[in-house]
Write a protein of this length. Sequence first.
Lengths: 197, 119
Amino acid sequence: MAQAVGTAHLETSTGLDNRKLLMWLFLGSECLFFGSLIAAYLLYRDRSVTGPYPQDLFDIPFTSVSAFVLLMSSVSMVLALAAIQRGNVRGMQIWLFTTAILGLLFISGQAFEFTEFNHEGLSLSTNLFGTTFFVLTGFHGAHVTIGVLILLSLFTVSLQGRIQQKDSLNVELAGLYWHFVDIVWIVIFTLVYLIQP
Amino acid sequence: MTLAEYRKRGGLEAARDEEHVGEAAHAEKHPGPLEYAQIGLILAVITGVEVAIYYLGLAHTLLVVGLMVLSATKFSMVVLWFMHLKFDNRIFSTMFILGFILALSVFTVALATVGGKLV
């Protein structure tokens, strides 16, 4: 099932919308940012002199649920975009709000996980595992938080009737950012949580 | 469009109308909600399989290869369908793939030179 969607053919040198081009350029640079943080984690995770170590702390069932929640938020995000591209403002509002709630659920899970790890004696300065783990997942959590703020802003603006079908690019740009945050977690979930030394 | 042509055609409003016609003319095919839901279901199943094989007690190398393949599949599906790289202009793909390849290179070189290990 496919639908026709208007894409910009603009008076720019590329014929593409510069905002979308800039977003993809930004996401390309973010790959390097998170790639470096993941590499640093893999380099140092098993070089800690003192514990606790990853295998002492990770709760795979709990993190799996978090990963599932974030993955499903990507589905709701793309459904919000599909709705506004078909002119269904109400549908977009429902799916945007659902995405924001799922994002908040993910952040709450991460806050709970960080607190549990802290109670087990792991902090940013405990060992190399703690430092690299908290920096990597903390930066990801910050990205999710920014994403939730963007989604809630879009939701509020749409309630004021300021997002119509012709403004679907705004939702698409927010969606691109949100999906990127999701794919980063897909990688982190596998490399950090499921594959342990 | 030159400035003279722009003024002759009626300025900003006319240019916008022209742009909207251009949008319709250059309409692309994006998947519909049903296809998105189907992809979401596949992604959920893959995540379930990932967690299941984690508990299967496979040999470490086999586990790593299996998880990497599943993770790459999920990554690709989100990028191609949800982020529309499969349907959008190739310039967007180029931007993202260049960044990704650069990140992968840094990742590989760092692990290889400093002695980090994945398996």
